[in-house]
Design a binder for this molecule. Sequence first.
Ligand code: PRP
Ligand code: ZN
Length: 285
Amino acid sequence: MSFLTIALQKSGRLSEQSVLLLKECGISISNGLNKLKTPADNYPLEIYFLRDDDIPEYVANGVADIGIVGENIIEELAVSVDVVEKLGFGKCRLSIAVPKQENYTDIHWLQGKKIATTYQNILKNFLSKNHIEAEIHEISGSVEIAPSIGLADAICDIVSSGSTLFINGLKEVETVLKSEAVLIANKNLNSEKKKLLQNLVFRIKSVKQSKNNKYILLNAPKNKVSEICKILPGIKSPTILPLADPEWCSIHSVVQEDVFWEIIEQLKNCGAQGILVIPIEKMIV
Ligand code: PRP
Ligand code: ZN
């Protein structure tokens, strides 16, 4: 029987949430989180735990069928893989930062300066697009200490919470690229593997959908139902159930997280009571 191999980051910003995503897709890994590779218990999937920088290459040459990495790495390495799905976590940006006491006015400050980075290709493009000539100093790690030891005037590195910059006395001055975790796949998967991938992507989409939506229940006076239904689009249309009190009914629907506070106000203005908002675990539309 055919199975898929997936490469996940062994330790770092994406590791925990990558495993969590599989779990939310109903795929459990009961042992082997510390191993190099482990099979899933209940899905034809084998998990490889690797250095994130190596994942695109391994997926491109078929050592792993699919993988989860930051877009930043895909962009930098320019490997030939399919980006199948954005995953909504691991959001960060690749930014240029300078020592906080510098009087940085605009991008021209960088002219003729020395910038340390592990993202030399992306940085090179960014600088040439902005007509800046600067010296790119490629280093393989601990980029954030380069200015303080006199190795560079600025750095170009990943910023997530911003605490690494803060601790090292740096300030963010330019955003070069925005990034989040993506699911990538080898370009030449056979048809069986493609089917397994489709199934996995279907599950991932359901999990993502459910996170964007909430299940809402409320009691409403009967004469306000049509007004309230206009506010609550639901997946198809809201469910309306009778209550013991003939003047009232219960309305159930799904609302999107981002518009939800606005809707709650409108509902209250229509006389809705007992509003419950419940997380959705999976959502198949
Ligand atoms: C990045 C970057 C910083 C850190 C920034 O590393 O190099 O070390 O994250 O995060 P913060 O703003 O929350 O402090 P990354 O996770 O990409 O790991 P890697 O470069 O070792 O692969
Ligand atoms: Zn890395």
